[in-house]
Design a protein around this ligand. Sequence first.
Ligand code: NAD
Ligand code: MG
Length: 388
Amino acid sequence: MKRLAILGSTGSIGTQALEVVAANKDIFEVEVLSGHSNTKLLIEQAKQFEPNAVVVTNEEKYEEVKSALSLLPIKVFSGSTSLDEVVQWDSVDIVLAAIVGFAGLSSTLAAIDAGKTIALANKETLVVAGELVMKRAAEKGVNIIPVDSEHSALFQCLVGENPVDIEKIILTASGGPFIGRKTNYLVNVKASHALQHPNWDMGAKITIDSATLMNKGLEMIEAKWLFGLRNEQIDVVVHPQSIIHSIVQFIDGSQKAQMGLPDMKLPIQYALAYPKRISNNFKRLSFKDYPKLTFEEPDYKTFRNLALAKDAMYKGGNTPCVMNAANEIAVQAFLQNKVSFIEISDVIEKTMGHIAYVEQPDLEEYEHSDKEARLFATELVKKSQLAS
Ligand code: NAD
Ligand code: MG
């Protein structure tokens, strides 16, 4: 049995992971669940999966969860510090990091320090502090198995290969709901519109990131650290059908791709079961349904977030951390109709230009950069015409 800590169990990745667990009770056991504010769902999940511990990271919700589970043999904790402790328990084998944003960094690092295998959905962890995270993982001999579909694809293509034989990787991007649109269209789009992703059903933050193409920018940085690549080895192609999940090109020119229907349960299951594959009844890809797979260049000029993220990757140091923080603030503001779609990029660009550069940050410096960037970005948001 593999004993799991599912962090962010109430989210899109978390709930799909629990579907995988429910279908494979002979392989997986839930040891820990964590959620932030959706207490109703967290309580329901705890009753169904009977973990040893539940952590409600939002401390205001502790009493509610505690009393709802009082008759069950489940320990209830609250706050992010408790989460950092619980992931280190001996009874945990694998930690699924599925919290969204910078908030997921601390618990992932704690799990690495305790030598736990990490199934990593939280890409922001590697965007913010990829160098530090991968270094600690190497020191502890910890495996980080990607859950992000593109990175799972690359990981699967690399099984049995020697990493020095990679010439480059090509991340595929769906292009999001505004593919082919220009700035004159984007100025008017609203959150409800941007939340309609053509191929994937995901949490709100990543869905907006997909519409702005920031998601692909984050994924470039994620890939850099996960696979130890140089910046020049990382490419992006727009592939609107989301059937090819990414491609590795080797030094002999051969390319390997991983394909399938867009369904996050597959990369989640792969990461949790690795190195085994387990059978399932997910719908299979039929080429009859996809007679045409198409590819095009990304539009870096219109989708400025992709260019900003690429720029941050090349600059390195604390720049990706600053960019990520500004993006989290700007996306939240866009969801609340406090900045326009276009202004998301303005907030990020100005914040990246404002925060002092640190070449080799330690954890404290990353935390400091994150805080500073959030404060500055929040001030910028207040200046938007929509905010007043
Ligand atoms: P989501 O918004 O649906 O869920 C986020 C989870 O994190 C929830 O359980 C929530 O309670 C928890 N959370 C939120 N704020 C928190 C905080 N401050 N402290 C602790 N917990 C907090 O998000 P999601 O779509 O499931 O995405 C989770 C992560 O996986 C993100 O980093 C995302 O980029 C990545 N990812 C998601 C998908 C997808 O299909 N949804 C695909 C690839 C990668
Ligand atoms: Mg992805």
